[in-house]
Design a protein around this ligand. Structure first.
Ligand code: PHE
Length: 360
């Protein structure tokens, strides 16, 4: 019996001192495993007298149960301690700011379209649209550019494919936004005040030309509209758009088949150390073509030219974006270089309005 008490003391002590589950398992094997000390003691029972066997056997069974319970209790407390330790060491500060994430930017052309739409909307112009693949009639004939007119050559037109045996004039990628004048007049009649921003196409590629670029068309038809109204609208627009207190525009006599008289418009500016300044200086920069809508154009759109008249203009959007935001190379606009887009792009919520960013 002495031996049993010694075993009991030894194992209970080592169970209390075990530092982890594998140490506990070792103790279990050493005591209760097949070749464990208590199992060996059980085997000795056979050599004992029946009386001895009864008391020793019962004592050994009690010891076995006691050690079993002690092992299980220690295992539980070790697991609890391990969990407490993990809870102490593995923690997150959920109030930390998240990692910075890149957001996309608004392309300068989109930004400028929003800006000019806001400015012209304030002057009573709404937005009209037309297709980029346009019929020969809308792009040329209706604008007083008949088939043999030399202006057709100047447009470096992209022509659409025609099915064999189709002898109609081929459709074109619109070479300007002027066909939207016809479409808007057909849809609404007069009076009308619209702008039509959008893509146009010409077969041209160098530092200042890309085969696709953007224009905004302006059209105002009413009774008694004159060149003076055109000049005021353009000056108002330039002042608001370039955010300068005053601008000076120069109207140069020009020729377009769809306007009479016609004028190209330059804006006064200066170049100082490669930096462009609008509104002052000795240089002039051409920004648009304009004029009084030709009676034949009104007629082609179903509007009576003896009752109605007005002005139209066509302005290069990419050009005025370059001027306003100091962007040197037009071709970079359409290369989709992420570095360029991040540098020149605008935040998504930087929406232009006349009360905020744009001044009047
Ligand atoms: N459509 C002309 C162009 O593309 C511009 C223009 C528009 C001129 C309206 C006069 C009136 O060059």
């Amino acid at each position: 019996m002495d031996g049993i008490d010694t075993l009991r003391g030894k194992y209970l002590e080592s169970i209390t001192g075990a530092g982890d589950e594998s140490a506990l398992e070792e103790i279990r094997l050493a005591a209760l495993g097949k070749k464990g000390e208590i199992s060996l003691k059980m085997r000795e029972l056979g050599k004992m007298t029946p009386e001895e066997r009864q008391t020793t056997g019962a004592a050994l069974n009690r010891l076995k149960d006691e050690l079993d319970a002690a092992l299980r209790a220690r295992k539980t407390s070790l697991a609890d301690a391990a969990l407490d330790e993990r809870l102490r060491s593995e923690w997150l500060d959920v109030t930390l700011p998240s990692r910075p994430r890149r957001f996309g930017t608004i392309h300068p052309v989109s930004q400028v379209m929003e800006e000019l739409t806001a400015i012209f909307a304030d002057m009573g112009f709404s937005v009209a649209e037309g297709p980029q693949v346009e019929s020969d009639w809308y792009n040329f004939d209706a604008l007083n550019i008949p088939p043999e007119h030399p202006a057709r050559q100047e447009h470096d037109t992209f022509f659409m494919h025609r099915a064999e045996g189709d002898n109609r004039p081929p459709h074109v990628l619109r070479t300007h936004t002027s066909p939207v004048q016809i479409r808007a007049l057909e849809a609404n009649g007069a009076p009308i005040r619209v702008i039509a921003p959008g893509r146009v196409y010409r077969m041209d590629m160098d530092q200042t030309h890309t085969p696709m670029f953007h224009q905004v068309e302006g059209l105002a038809i009413d009774k008694g509209i004159s060149m003076a109204n055109l000049k005021w609208v353009l000056e108002e627009f330039c002042r608001a758009f370039f955010e300068v207190p005053s601008v000076e525009l120069r109207f140069r006599a020009s020729h377009f088949p769809f306007t009479e008289p016609s004028a190209e418009v330059d804006i006064r500016c200066s170049w100082v150390n490669g930096q462009l300044k609008i509104g002052e200086g000795d240089s002039w920069m051409e920004i648009l073509g304009s004029g009084m809508v030709h009676p034949k154009v009104l007629q082609a759109a179903g509007v009576d030219p003896s009752k109605w008249q007005g002005f139209a203009f066509g302005m290069g959007i990419d050009r005025i974006a370059m001027l306003k935001y100091g962007i040197p190379d037009l071709r970079a606009f359409f290369e989709s270089d992420l570095r360029w887009l991040r540098h020149y792009g605008f935040a998504a919520l930087d929406m232009p309005d006349l009360a905020g960013g744009l001044s009047r």
